[in-house]
Design a protein around this ligand. Structure first.
Ligand code: R1P
Length: 299
């Protein structure tokens, strides 16, 4: 940390940069494509007409802001897991004026025979599977809190209009290449861990997770994908007092039904096309109060 930070409640430096993303107003657009992986972000940025701003923060957040077909967009790589999504959504909300549209483009595990490696899933909503650490605690502090090893939340809906546009755009770019299939209408599950809460068995740890996926599917039979950020994005959009609209899509990397994994050749074909489809969708979204003028780097 080089700068003097002001305000312990919502830390920023004297120039207004937020603490972890290290961006300020005018450096992030109202339309954002977010990924986990910096390499994926840079590859998708090849689709931009121009890049106005780029910054890689000390805490691992990459922001690339430019224009796509003349419309300002940001591509942001955030790393992995619900906490990183929380940093990204809150700090982005703090520096962007007006409504925000966010589409996450991730990779995932598949829980359905219909989606092998290379399929793309566009979920209509998502929920979280969280390890209940009190189940493993010798002295839990709250009554009955230790009963279940994993807590499976209710569903948070994606933005319906954006999700439909996204599914259409993804199908359109993949069809000429005979890639896909594209699955819609199901749910995504975020695990708080890549391992325990996603039902991966690790004999080196006490996890009691043999039934966690069966339990999740019993509560949410339409679950198609399993990853670590998209449901948190839907949850935070739901709590954003109507200012954030969110959708997501993910390429199936891990086939958890048949124990397969995507090839690097397939990723190389799929990723640029789906990235383009996400950008095509983002620039179609109708947003209220989009930033223009002196606070924007593109003004
Ligand atoms: C795990 O390998 C990571 O891959 C998935 C998961 O959600 C998790 O972040 O997404 P990304 O490919 O976007 O990182």
């Amino acid at each position: 940390m080089k700068e003097t930070i002001q305000n312990a409640n919502f830390p920023r430096d004297a120039e207004g940069h937020v603490y972890h993303l290290h961006v300020k107003t005018g450096q992030v657009a109202n339309r954002i494509l977010t990924v986990g992986d910096h390499v994926r972000a840079r590859a998708i940025a090849q689709h931009l007409d121009q890049v106005y701003f780029e910054h890689s923060s000390q805490r691992g957040f990459l922001t690339i802001t430019g224009s796509y077909q003349g419309t300002p967009v940001s591509i942001m790589a955030i790393g992995m897991g619900n906490p990183m999504m929380d940093f990204f959504v809150r700090e982005t909300r703090a520096v962007v004026e007006g409504d925000i549209a966010i589409i996450r483009f991730g990779s995932c595990g598949s829980l359905t025979q219909k989606a092998g490696p290379g399929a793309v899933i566009v979920p209509q909503g998502g929920y979280c599977i969280r390890r209940n650490i009190d189940y493993f605690c010798d002295e839990p502090m709250q009554k009955n809190i230790e009963q279940q090893a994993y807590l499976i939340s209710g569903n948070f809906a994606a933005d319906k209009v954006m999700t439909e546009q996204l599914a259409t755009s993804v199908s359109k770019v993949l069809a000429p290449h005979q890639l896909g299939p594209v699955l819609t209408g199901g749910l995504n599950a975020d695990g708080c861990s890549f391992y325990s809460s996603q039902g991966r068995l690790d004999p080196q740890f006490w996890d009691d997770n043999e039934q966690v996926i069966t339990e999740a599917l019993a509560l949410h039979p339409d679950t198609q994908s399993l990853e670590m950020e998209t449901s948190m994005l839907f949850h935070l959009a739901h709590c954003s007092k109507g200012t954030i609209r969110a959708a997501g899509c993910m390429q199936v990397f891990a086939d958890r039904v048949n124990n397969g994994f995507i090839s690097p050749e397939m990723v190389a074909k799929l990723e640029p096309l789906v990235g383009q489809a996400v950008l095509d969708t983002l620039v179609q979204v109708k947003l209220e109060n989009e930033m223009q003028g002196p606070n924007t780097v593109w003004a």
